[in-house]
Every structure is written in structure tokens, then in C-alpha cells.
Design a protein around this ligand. Structure first.
Ligand SMILES: NC(=O)c1ccc[n+]([C@@H]2O[C@H](COP(=O)([O-])OP(=O)(O)OC[C@H]3O[C@@H](n4cnc5c(N)ncnc54)[C@H](O)[C@@H]3O)[C@@H](O)[C@H]2O)c1
Length: 248
């Protein structure tokens, strides 16, 4: 399906890798200007090169989404350069135990690891939404995508306790953004992935379909939600998990 993103600018957190990067590459192919935020400077440089070499327009900002002034500065520079931010994809995040290399079970998990999860998955995502919302409302044009996780739906033991809480919070955040945004032309949707092969270990997670998703299977749907073809969809959460939540 051809989706028209001409004259749209998409700001994407976690844009240096995984589904954030692929969303940026695919949006750029379909005419969007792309702004990538990440803490991984080298990854950002490679991402920018891949988009520019295919003729896309891209800006990158080394940004820690836990720091509101950095997020706000990136949004302002994006608007100065491209004129607007019309789409926000909140892909930055992950399970704190994995990202902090400490998969101790919750009752013994260091508080710094729990704080990383809360700060990146929840606080940072809120900061990014806060940074773009006023401009979107003013221009009466905006779509915000949040990422939940099947772990947020099922709960998770071991080191996944805080991750489950942070990811289930994305549903409430998305509904609230939809309520606040609707009178001003802003939509919000939550995508809830099962295992996605942004890293090989995700192949070990069981699904009804007997496999994990290719990143493009999620990204195609995210692009649809960001497009005008999805103009009637807001406040909703979309499980894309190959039937993982139905496993008996
Ligand atoms: N991959 C999966 O199987 C899966 C399943 C369910 C949910 N999710 C969620 O989907 C989203 C994308 O997952 P992915 O696997 O594509 O991600 P990924 O791990 O490939 O990329 C995450 C990116 O976030 C960046 N990041 C981390 N902390 C940051 C910070 N403070 N500020 C800015 N950037 C920061 C990292 O540098 C990295 O580039 C995540 O929120 C993840 O929790 C993924």
C-alpha cells in the first residue's frame, strides 16, 4: 500500500537500531523527513548515512530521552530545519535487566537497574510526548506511537517485573494522549509486539505461529498507523504477537 508522507516529519527515539531505525528508513523511502534520537552516536551516524544514501532527508541528535532539555532542544532544532514534527515514534526502551546487563530476579535487582527501566521506558517516553504535543496541537496534525510489550500484558517474572509495569503503562498513556489530542487533530496508538527479531535471542520466545516477527512486520503496521489511511484510529492498542498471548 502506498502511504504518502510528503510534507511530514517523523521524530523517532531509539532511531539508531531495531524498529526505530527501520521505521526511519521506511518513512524516508515514503517521503517523510526523519529525525532520529538516540544515545548511540555511532549508530546514529550509520543510520543517517543509510537514509541519505537512499535519497532521504534526515537529522540525528545524540539525545538521552531521560533528560527533558535534550529532548526539547532536539524537537526545536527539528522544527527549525524541517518546519514541523508531525509523527513521534517512541521506540527507545527495553528490559532494564538486559539493557543494564543485570538479570537478577526482582527482589534482589539493584535499584539503579529498576530506575533505568522507569526512566527510559516511562519517564523518557512521557518527556518525548510532552515535547512534541503542543506543536502538533497548534498545527492540528500529529500522530504519536508508543511501544508496549506482551510482557506488559502477561506480566513477567525474574528481571521483567519493572519492564512489565512500564510497558503496560503505555496503554494508559496512549489513551490519555488520544483524549488530550483528539480536539486538536492529534492521534495516539500503542503497538504491543511479541518477539521481534531485532536480536537473535527473540527467536526463543514461543508464539502460536511458531516464529518471532521480522522487524518489517511491525514497521509496516506502524507506518499504516502513522498515515492518513488510519485517520479514524486513536487511543487503541494493537497486539502484534503471532498469537503469543493465546498460548495455552
Ligand atoms: N524486540 C522485541 O522483541 C520487542 C518486544 C516487545 C516490545 N519491544 C519494544 O519495542 C521497542 C523497540 O524495540 P527494539 O528491539 O527495536 O529496540 P532496540 O533495542 O533495537 O533499540 C532500542 C534503542 O533505544 C536506544 N536507547 C536506549 N536508552 C536510550 C535513552 N536513554 N535515550 C535515547 N535512546 C535510548 C538504544 O541505544 C537503542 O538504539 C522498545 O521499546 C522495546 O521495549 C521490543
Amino acid at each position: 500500500m502506498a502511504l504518502d508522507f510528503d510534507n511530514r516529519t517523523a521524530m523517532i527515539t531509539g532511531g539508531a537500531s531495531g524498529m526505530g531505525l527501520l521505521s526511519g528508513q521506511e518513512l524516508a523511502k515514503q517521503g517523510a523527513k526523519v529525525v532520529l534520537l538516540d544515545v548511540n552516536e555511532e549508530g546514529l551516524a550509520q543510520a543517517a548515512e543509510s537514509i541519505r544514501s537512499s535519497g532521504g532527508k534526515v537529522l540525528t541528535f545524540k539525545t538521552d530521552i531521560r533528560k527533558f532539555p535534550e529532548v526539547e532542544a532536539a524537537e526545536k532544532k527539528a522544527i527549525e530545519t524541517f518546519g514541523s514534527v508531525d509523527i513521534l515514534i517512541n521506540a527507545a526502551g527495553g528490559m532494564s535487566g538486559r539493557c543494564c546487563n543485570n538479570c537478577t530476579s526482582f527482589e534482589k535487582l539493584p535499584i539503579e537497574v529498576i530506575d533505568w527501566g522507569l526512566d527510559v521506558n516511562l519517564r523518557g517516553t512521557l518527556y518525548c510526548c510532552r515535547a512534541v504535543l503542543a506543536g502538533m496541537m497548534e498545527r492540528k496534525c500529529g500522530v504519536i506511537i508508543t511501544f508496549g510489550s506482551v510482557t506488559g500484558e502477561q506480566g513477567g517474572g525474574g528481571p521483567a517485573v519493572d519492564y512489565s509495569a512500564e510497558k503496560s503503562a503505555m496503554r494508559g498513556l496512549t489513551k490519555s494522549l488520544a483524549i488530550v489530542g483528539a480536539p486538536h487533530g492529534v492521534r495516539a496508538c500503542c503497538v504491543i509486539p511479541g518477539p521481534v527479531l531485532t536480536r537473535p535471542s527473540m527467536a526463543n520466545m514461543k508464539t502460536l505461529l511458531g516464529r518471532a516477527a521480522e522487524p518489517i512486520e511491525l514497521v509496516n503496521f506502524i507506518l499504516y498507523l502513522c498515515s492518513d489511511k488510519a485517520a479514524f484510529i486513536t487511543g487503541s492498542s494493537h497486539v502484534i504477537d503471532g498469537g503469543r498471548l493465546l498460548l495455552q
